[in-house]
Design a protein around this ligand. Sequence first.
Ligand SMILES: [Fe+2]
Length: 200
Amino acid sequence: MLASSPISALAREMAAIFATEGRDDADLTGQELIAGHWPDGVNHPPMTLEAELRTCLATSAHPCAGAIGAAIPMTPWGTNPVENRMLEREASMIAVATLLDPDGPMPSRRFRAGLLFQRAGTYYRLHTHDAVETYAIVAGSADWIAGSDRRLRGAGDVIHHPSRMPHAFRAGPAGFVAIWRWSGDINSHSYTFLPDPEVA
Ligand SMILES: [Fe+2]
């Protein structure tokens, strides 16, 4: 990967955040992002939520928010590794870009990592999966449920979900933008929505 490319700058910002976790898998994910080869010809069709994404990013002074904005033209938004587990109502409220994954664009044998934008005011219902997961919010806010913990999260907050911990997010008035990573058992087939009292 070219050291000066917007994707490599984004990779460094993501690694810097993951390094604050104090977990070996987070450190290793960051190292793979920085060292990873970004292949030529990555498909990045127009991001249908780009205007909303940019509006949300503009509310944040977080350095990773700037890096995500600068990398939009070459970021493969629309590459959610678990999109086939969702109904249309979930798929339409979020946009996911996968950067590190067994299937690429940056290949990893052990980890997945990428970006997520959730639209303003939407509720992404309770779900769970085998993978250990960390989100770090870089712009906007969300009412965040992680197991028995529920609180308002905003830029700079890092949230860790152990394997199988139920989690759900209600996006704030600007939506939110986050980076995410998976480690442990990163299979997609265990991604499951749960009965959720917030959903009538
Ligand atoms: Fe998750």
